[in-house]
Design a protein around this ligand. Structure first.
Ligand code: URA
Length: 240
């Protein structure tokens, strides 16, 4: 028999919001347990026996692992803790232990970041030799040319032992001073996009990750917001 847990913990673990958010749902009468409106966050529920409904939708028991897709804002670091800076963990519910970001985006980079407690998956996604396509949108200072596209396709020197792996550079537009590009890379070296653009004489002034494998940043997910991966998206990352 599953252990009884507090209603607010049950809802938060099921990804319905932070502990304080779900408490508000309870206070507003949006939560029913076995058909009866629940008034107290500390009410004990048995995930196997009790039916919890939030705003008309039945809430399942806490999954084994959670997968948050965060639209990372600039100004926070991709770490579980940091002495000086805000971390990405401050943007997702904190009720589960062992959550961490899968890989890193720079402090000033925005966009798609996966946060999970599934260590095995993260290990596999980040293993050396595991090359998952990652597409970035960047605004760069300078006019990006066909020659730059060709250079990036062949690999550029970013000061490592080897040239970078072949990558795809698309030019969206340029106004003669700045250019907007999409760059798809398969590796994940430190500051890789910025260093690749420096290698062709351009400076990245804005960077956002749009996709990783088949996982795409939802256009309607505001910066600083998260949502759970859908079942379909979970299948995509397990296949990577
Ligand atoms: N490349 C970079 O330069 N920075 C990032 O955050 C991600 C890729």
């Amino acid at each position: 028999m599953a252990k009884a847990v507090r209603l607010d913990k049950f809802l938060a673990d099921a990804g319905k919001g932070t502990r304080s958010e779900v408490k508000k749902f309870i206070q507003k009468g949006q939560v029913q347990v076995n058909g009866v409106p629940a008034k107290k966050p500390e009410l004990k529920v048995d995930p196997e026996k009790d039916t919890v409904v939030l705003s008309g939708e039945t809430v399942g028991a806490a999954p084994e692992f959670v997968y948050y897709l965060l639209n990372k804002p600039a100004g926070c670091v991709s770490a579980t803790e940091d002495r000086n800076d805000r971390t990405v963990m401050e943007y997702v519910p904190s009720d589960r232990k062992g959550l961490f970001p899968v890989g890193r985006l720079d402090k000033d980079t925005e966009g798609l970041l996966l946060i999970t407690d599934d260590g095995m998956l993260a290990h596999e996604l980040l293993a050396p030799g595991k090359h998952v396509d990652k597409t970035y949108y960047a605004k760069v200072k300078g006019v990006v040319t066909k020659e730059d596209q060709e250079a990036v396709k062949n690999g550029v020197d970013i000061g490592e032992a080897k040239l970078t792996m072949p990558a795809k550079l698309e030019i969206l537009n340029t106004d003669g001073e700045y250019s907007e590009i999409l760059l798809t890379i398969r590796e994940g070296k430190f500051h890789q996009v910025k260093r690749m653009m420096e290698a062709v004489g351009k400076t990245v002034v804005y960077l956002k990750r749009l996709s990783m494998g088949g996982l795409v940043l939802p256009e309607d997910l505001p910066i600083g917001q998260w949502r759970m991966l859908t079942t379909e998206e979970r299948k995509i990352i397990k296949r990577l």
